[in-house]
Design a protein around this ligand. Structure first.
Ligand code: NAD
Ligand code: LMR
Length: 329
């Protein structure tokens, strides 16, 4: 039986993450090797031609699962019937731009996109916001989509999660597959908290396996939290292929489920768990079953972790209050 294609919309499709993402979606890595996809590419008018070039290349791959590509600069068209929305396009901070200017500029993008998702998305829509500031952009979009269940709006901390896995695996000389239950808490920013106290390495507590508080505090946490800036410094451009890879992981696991005995990190609307104010889009440890995620409950949070989670959540509250003050939500 031929399956109905899943509508996947990618915004900022002509950008560098878009270029690293689209071919992997079309090849089946996002949803599965037996799931046909129809791509919708949303770009600003000046970048539509470049998106058309990428679409030509997608055609030239003759991907068996790719049932069609539409390119548009109109959000309503892009999100009509969308099942999976990857909101990648955002306004980067440029020289002389204040934080308020950045939030305002992104509000101008994510408000109409939220409205368009509200107007036309499929009932099962899942939204992942990648464009920075990702957590707050996700909140803006969500607030303008009142008919979509709030929990369908998520932001990406999977790149941070994957970065933390690699750093820990290197430190301990193990494979990333030996590590389970790692968590990123909070914001996708330098305040995020990568937590090893609940992680396990071959069944042993990861913080105990490391047994080096100085490395954990002075090396591991800042390396993971500031990795985005380090990549920009080294490449002269922000992470692209690794960000696309994390977006694939995020949606893949949200749709297909997490592995038994493990969890992943997703920024999702808080239900108040772990003292994170309700409604804030903050990163938590989550498991996914039958396409629904759930926050892992019952973890003991010691003073060290509490202070770091609180600091990152305080930043998210500040961002929420700033966009509220700007009238964006
Ligand atoms: P890029 O500048 O290469 O591409 C962005 C694209 O978005 C451009 O083609 C631009 O034309 C398009 N765009 C801008 N406004 C748009 C709109 N209103 N509608 C549709 N498209 C629009 O940037 P990139 O390297 O692809 O990064 C994209 C975003 O992802 C940035 O905000 C970046 O900071 C962020 N990012 C997030 C993570 C994460 O882990 N959450 C990681 C890496 C990058
Ligand atoms: C990253 O974590 O690599 C990006 O969010 C950095 C950035 O500012 O684009």
């Amino acid at each position: 039986m031929t399956r109905t294609p899943v509508n996947v919309t990618v915004t900022g499709a002509a950008g560098q993450i878009g270029y690293a993402l689209l071919f992997r979606i079309a090849s089946g890595q996002l949803l599965g090797a037996d799931v046909p996809v129809r791509l919708r590419l949303l770009e600003i008018p000046q970048a539509v031609k470049a998106a058309e070039g990428t679409a030509m290349e997608l055609d030239d791959c003759a991907f068996p699962l790719l049932s069609g590509i539409d390119i548009t600069d109109d959000a309503k068209t892009a999100f009509d019937g969308v099942n999976v929305a990857l909101l990648v396009g955002a306004r980067p901070r440029t020289k002389g731009m204040e934080r308020g200017d950045l939030l305002q500029a992104n509000g101008g993008i994510f408000k109409p996109q939220g409205e368009a998702i509200n107007a036309g998305a499929a009932d099962d829509v899942r939204v992942l916001v990648v464009g920075n500031p990702a957590n707050t952009n996700a909140l803006i979009a969500q607030q303008h989509a009142p008919d979509v269940p709030a929990g369908r709006f998520t932001a990406m901390t999977r790149l941070d999660h994957n970065r933390a896995l690699s750093q820990l695996a290197k430190k301990l000389g193990v494979s990333v597959t030996d590590i389970k239950k790692l968590t990123i808490w909070g914001n996708h920013s330098a305040t995020q908290y990568p937590d090893l106290f609940h992680a396990e390495v071959n069944g042993q507590n990861a913080a105990q396996a490391v047994n080096d508080q100085k490395w954990l505090e002075d090396d591991f946490i800042p390396t993971v939290a500031k990795r985005g800036a380090a990549i920009i410094e080294a490449r002269g451009a922000s992470s692209a292929a690794s960000a696309a890879n994390a977006a694939i992981d995020h949606i893949h696991d949200w749709v297909n489920g997490t592995a038994e005995g493990d969890w992943v990190s997703m920024a999702i609307p808080s239900d108040g768990s772990y003292g994170v104010p309700e409604g804030i889009i903050s990163s938590f440890p989550v498991t996914v079953t039958d396409g629904e995620y759930e926050i892992v409950q019952g973890l003991e949070i010691d003073e060290f972790s509490r202070a770091r989670i609180d600091a990152s959540v305080a930043e998210l509250v500040e961002e929420r209050d700033a966009v509220k003050a700007l009238g964006l939500i």
